[in-house]
Design a protein around this ligand. Structure first.
Ligand SMILES: *[C@@H]1O[C@H](CO)[C@@H](O)[C@H](O)[C@H]1NC(C)=O
Ligand SMILES: *[C@@H]1O[C@H](CO)[C@@H](O)[C@H](O)[C@H]1NC(C)=O
Ligand SMILES: *[C@@H]1O[C@H](CO)[C@@H](O)[C@H](O)[C@H]1NC(C)=O
Ligand SMILES: *[C@@H]1O[C@H](CO)[C@@H](O)[C@H](O)[C@H]1NC(C)=O
Ligand SMILES: *[C@@H]1O[C@H](CO)[C@@H](O)[C@H](O)[C@H]1NC(C)=O
Ligand SMILES: *[C@@H]1O[C@H](CO)[C@@H](O)[C@H](O)[C@H]1NC(C)=O
Length: 791
């Protein structure tokens, strides 16, 4: 029992004259109300500590385990140190009753797992130190009770992975230290709910890529330390953090970064890129607040290629820190001091289309190329004919040069190879010998209709492979053999008739994004299509002719975040396709032929989904409970351009921010009252116009006076009664038969997705569109742009 305030006063008064109870091995201070029992090899918390104590220091003992209610006799503690106490386990409720505790120090123990209720009861705790343990697992909810916490330190532990919601509940935390772990993977929602966090340290971990999506959740973070991680490359728009001002990426292994890496973090002022392997850096796009760019310790080549950066820094008032590493006569010259006219290029630094003679030894070796022989003899550095090699930036391009065979003889260190727009037709095995470092390979629009197994053999660092806009109709099982690092695979705008087989995908287990839009895939089968690529986060299958998705086709998909299935010919919501997709946040089904959506159609993904797009489908009916299962997580729902007269129950969607209902022939009668009320409550701005009854046509749903006369009984019929079951298909207006002049009919005619019912009244539709798959205007694709500046 917690003593009342009266009791406390009483005991305080009593204690003035008296000495406190003090365990034999401890040192007690009556006036400061502190007890220290340090280094006594205690195995239990001493039971005789006086209850009014506020500071308890139990450093260097030997507790092994902290049992439930271990501190129930000292409810007034504000500081508790358990440093170096060989604690292995903190049992659920160990600290229960310490509702006044402000600081808890558990550094230097042997804790390996943080269980769900480990820190229950610590409702006032401000600082929690868990450094130097062996923590490798954090159960969701471990910190849920700590809603006053503002600092959590977990440095020097053994964390490898952070699951979704790992830090749930810490609404007020401002500083989170995760340095010196082995983190290589952060779930997209790992930092969800940390809405007050301003400082995050992730230095000294094993992150190979900037976890863009995960970080995007941290809307208040101003300081992010990602130093000492093994990142080699930063793609376009990697850092999307609206309030970030200080970003440290020092001591990574960056060899290149996109010019738009930080373009979506508008207020970054300090960017530390010191001690990376950048030999060249471009002006960074759209970073108007940048004041300091630290390039210390990089092998910067001060050639004409740096002019861009210099000019940009000068113009924008950005201080550049670091020195030139090359050429020799500028070596160690501070970047701030080099003059534009000193930044010159010799032939070998520029685009070149012919074999050129190398300069002297030191030029050849530069800073990076330690492996190359230092023999004094002149060497020949090659670049294939009709290609341009840019040595400093390690890019090579043969774009649109009419090559019919893949050229060979690129510099061994090439990182980016751009061969867009040639006429290869066929890629034999081992098409890219001698360039093992290539990260990004562009083979789009090369008229390729076949790729032999092993074509990319030896490309051990390949991450981005662009094969878009070719003529591929199938993929060899061994096509990606030997290129097992591929993470982004672009196969859009080909003629693939099938989803890549499991045998094909087995070679690229790290795949994150698979682009198959605008192919000719008609069916997704068999089940488990994604099981070889369990890391997959984005799957793009829009604008195919998918009519069928077999049950569990996309199961499991443990990391899938975005699924594009729009503009296919599905007639049902593919509810059975997914079973385990716990992270799916976006589902695009627009432009399919789904006329009817049954109850709980999205049950599998309703928990995680944030954006649902079911517009442009000719949708006529949605079961009242079609959206059952969704809760406040759903942020946007697109229903526009359908044929809905009635709406399903939207009331559970308490978090909805965007709802589009435009272009539906809504029936404004009492059935719409629940919707009206809900909308009023939500204060969402939604454009919804009555179509029926005709006297209300054109009126806004919100302004219609119709509801005034509705009684409660005929209003709140969010019930399943009027909804057809699956067996009875809804009446599909037959456009050939004149019905009452209807919006629906006009719509059907207009969008040409009208079903011409087959003789056999089957529910299959054969839309015109499915037959003539055209290739409409391609949208501009994103690629890691490593542009070669023209000189
Ligand atoms: C501490 O206690 C353990 C067992 O309780 C004993 O084995 C060990 O020798 C003790 N160490 C010291 C320094 O007293
Ligand atoms: C630049 O980075 C180096 C090395 O990390 C560091 O010593 C130096 O203080 C930094 N300079 C500035 C201005 O931040
Ligand atoms: C996808 O298909 C739809 C419908 O045919 C078409 O309107 C749209 O432009 C296509 N999208 C792309 C990106 O090709
Ligand atoms: C809602 O719609 C607006 C405007 O179309 C868009 O800017 C915003 O990002 C959307 N929000 C969500 C959560 O989808
Ligand atoms: C409501 O009912 C009254 C009486 O029946 C009628 O005069 C009025 O027009 C009705 N209002 C609307 C908006 O239907
Ligand atoms: C919904 O239907 C059930 C049974 O069909 C009925 O008991 C209930 O009253 C109905 N609820 C409403 C709000 O109409």
């Amino acid at each position: 029992m917690r003593p009342t305030v009266g009791c406390l006063l009483l005991s305080l008064m009593m204690s003035v004259g008296q000495t406190l109870k003090c365990p034999r091995v401890c040192v007690c201070d009556n006036t400061k109300l502190t007890v220290k029992c340090i280094g006594n090899n205690l195995t239990h918390i001493p039971p005789t500590i006086d209850e009014i104590i506020v500071k308890l220091d139990l450093k260097k003992n030997n507790f092994g385990e902290l049992p439930k209610n271990a501190f129930k006799h000292t409810p007034y503690l504000t500081q508790l140190s358990l440093q170096g106490c060989s604690v292995q386990a903190v049992r659920e409720g160990a600290f229960r009753g310490l509702s006044r505790l402000l600081q808890l120090d558990l550094t230097n123990n042997n804790i390996d797992i943080l269980y769900q209720e480990s820190f229950d009861g610590l409702s006032s705790l401000k600082q929690l130190y868990l450094d130097r343990n062996r923590i490798e697992e954090i159960h969701p909810g471990a910190f849920a009770a700590l809603n006053s916490l503002n600092l959590l330190s977990l440095t020097y532990n053994q964390l490898v992975y952070l699951p979704n919601m790992a830090f749930q509940g810490m609404m007020n935390i401002q500083m989170l230290h995760l340095s010196h772990n082995s983190l290589n993977n952060l779930a997209t929602e790992a930092f969800a709910g940390l809405l007050a966090l301003t400082h995050l340290n992730l230095d000294h971990n094993e992150l190979q890529y900037f976890p863009t999506k995960t970080m995007t959740r941290l809307i208040e973070v101003t300081h992010l330390d990602m130093s000492y991680n093994p990142m080699t490359y930063l793609v376009e728009e990697s850092v999307v953090m609206p309030k970030l001002t200080h970003l440290s990426l020092k001591h990574n292994a960056l060899q290149d970064l996109s010019e738009s890496t930080i373009s979506l973090s508008p207020v970054i002022s300090h960017l530390d890129l010191s001690f990376n392997q950048l030999s060249y850096i471009q002006a960074l796009a759209a970073s108007t607040h940048l004041t300091s760019l630290n390039l210390t310790g990089n092998p910067i080549r001060c050639t004409c290629l740096l002019r861009d950066l210099k000019l940009w820094a000068l113009k924008s008032g950005i201080r550049l820190f670091g020195v030139c590493a090359w050429p020799p006569h500028l070596s160690d010259e501070p970047l701030e001091n080099v003059q534009e006219q000193d930044l010159r290029c010799r032939p070998q630094d520029e685009w070149t289309s012919d074999v050129i003679e190398e300069g002297t030894k030191e030029e050849e070796e530069g800073v990076q190329e330690k492996t190359v022989s230092t023999a004094k003899s002149k060497k020949t550095r090659k670049c294939p004919k009709d290609c341009l090699c840019e040595y400093a930036a390690q890019h090579a391009t043969c774009e649109n040069r009419g090559h019919t065979k893949v050229p060979s003889g690129f510099p061994r260190k090439t990182l980016l190879l751009d061969m867009r727009g040639n006429h290869f037709h066929y890629l034999p095995s081992k098409s890219f010998p001698g360039i093992p470092e290539v990260v990004s390979l562009h083979l789009d629009s090369c008229k390729i209709h076949e790729i032999e197994g092993g074509a990319f053999q030896g490309m051990k660092n390949l991450i981005y492979l662009y094969l878009s806009d070719n003529q591929l109709s199938s993929l060899d099982a061994k096509v990606f053999e030997g290129a097992h690092e591929i993470m982004y695979l672009h196969l859009e705008d080909n003629k693939l008739t099938h989803f890549p087989s499991s045998a094909t995908l087995t070679h690229i287990p790290k795949l994150l994004e698979l682009h198959l839009e605008r192919n000719l895939i008609a069916k997704l089968e068999p089940s488990g299509l994604l099981s070889p690529v369990l890391q997959l986060t984005g799957l793009y299958l829009n604008n195919n002719s998918i009519a069928t998705i077999v049950p569990k086709a996309l199961d499991p998909a443990p990391k899938l975040d975005v699924l594009h299935l729009e503009d296919n010919v599905l007639t049902d919501v593919p509810s059975d396709a997914l079973d385990h997709a716990p992270l799916l946040t976006e589902l695009h089904l627009s432009g399919n032929l789904i006329r009817w959506i049954g109850p709980r159609a999205f049950r599998v993904v309703a928990e995680s989904l944030k954006n649902l797009l079911i517009d442009r489908m000719g949708l006529q009916k949605m079961s009242v409970r079609s959206l059952a299962g969704f809760g406040p997580r759903l942020l946007s729902l697109s229903l526009e351009d359908n044929l809905l007269e009635e709406l399903p129950d939207l009331s559970p969607l308490a978090g909805l921010q965007n709802l589009s209902l435009n272009k539906n022939p809504l029936m404004c009668d009492c059935k719409l009252l629940p919707f009206y009320r809900w909308l009023e409550k939500m204060s969402l701005r939604v454009e919804a116009v009555c179509f029926y009854p005709s006297e209300l046509r054109g009126q806004s749903v919100m302004e219609s006076a119709i509801y005034k006369n509705c009684s409660i009984e005929n209003a709140h019929s969010f019930n399943e009664t009027s909804i057809p079951t699956k067996a009875h298909e809804p009446n599909i207006p037959n456009p050939t038969q004149p019905t009452e002049p209807s919006y629906a009919k006009l719509k059907l005619a207009k969008t040409k997705i009208a079903a011409t019912p087959k003789k056999t009244k089957s529910k299959e539709f054969k839309p015109e569109r499915a037959l003539k798959m055209t290739r409409p205007n391609k949208k501009k694709r994103r690629r890691p742009k490593m542009k070669l500046p023209m000189i």
